[in-house]
Write a protein that binds this ligand. Structure first.
Ligand SMILES: [Fe+2]
Ligand SMILES: [Fe+2]
Length: 260
């Protein structure tokens, strides 16, 4: 079976290219599950109920997120009632929402999806993501062989370490958050598909998806500046993972880059 993961979708330009790509990808691949990181989907910051519904209406099965999950206040009102929207599992247990979900893919396979956040150069620093993954995997249901991990983190070293730590225990460890795609996709020795970062889905004529001038000024002037989503030609970045549903072992990871 194949799982499509799409990296951080940035505002309307990101949603637009994603929804168009989903239509064409459906015919070309054997995709049984679509997972999208949506932490920047509503105006570049967070998610709203209507944006979440728009994803599901276009065939997205599960949404992951990261440090921007709380940016739109209304998320507090619906995340507890929407299990298909994940927040990092290593937030305190008292936080709204959850970071682990088991779904049934289109081929009938039971798939576990885990969203965890790194602690290196990340704010806020959450509980240890490695121990968090251990705790979840220790109590996973027996029939869940396929497990996908979105590791939302800044440091490539922490991401590669997580890939190695979970190699053979999960089907895929895919990085998100930096918005810059890396070229280190591989299947690790014990069958876990890995990439440090899937990249973002939005306008690449930008600074990580945001309008250039304001982004540069913020670094030069060192003053707070409200950033806006860059507009124009948009690009989807993500990966397609091929995994054996009987064992959860991956055989291939393919990098995707689809421009308008
Ligand atoms: Fe992001
Ligand atoms: Fe992030």
């Amino acid at each position: 079976m194949q799982i499509l993961f799409v990296g951080d979708v940035i505002g309307k330009p990101g949603r637009r290219v994603l929804f168009r790509a989903l239509e064409s990808l459906a015919g070309q691949h054997d995709i049984e599950l679509v997972i999208v990181n949506a932490e920047n989907a509503a105006g570049g910051f967070g998610v709203t109920r209507s944006v979440v519904d728009e994803f599901f209406a276009h065939g997205v099965d599960v949404l992951t997120s990261g440090n921007h999950i709380w940016d739109k206040r209304e998320v507090f009102e619906f995340i507890d009632d929407e299990p298909r929207l994940l927040r990092p599992q290593n937030y305190p247990d008292s936080s709204p929402g959850k970071g682990w979900l088991v779904v049934t893919a289109r081929n009938g396979a039971r798939v576990g999806i885990l969203n965890i956040m790194g602690t290196v150069f990340m704010h806020p620093a959450l509980d240890c993501p490695f121990r968090c993954a251990d705790r979840v995997l220790a109590r996973r249901p027996e029939d869940v062989k396929v497990i996908f991990v979105d590791f939302h983190a800044e440091a490539t070293s922490e991401k590669q370490a997580m890939g190695r730590y979970l190699d053979g225990q999960v089907s895929a460890v895919v990085g998100s958050h930096t918005h810059v795609p890396t070229a280190d996709e591989c299947v690790l020795p014990k069958g876990t598909a890995f990439i440090s970062d899937a990249g973002m889905t939005g306008c690449y004529d930008s600074v990580i998806g945001m309008e250039v001038e304001g982004s540069v000024r913020r670094f030069v002037e060192r003053l707070p500046e409200r950033l806006t989503v860059a507009t124009g030609k948009s690009t989807l970045c993500g990966v397609i993972i091929t995994v054996d549903p009987a064992t959860g072992v991956s055989s291939e990871i393919e990098r995707l880059r689809i421009s308008e």
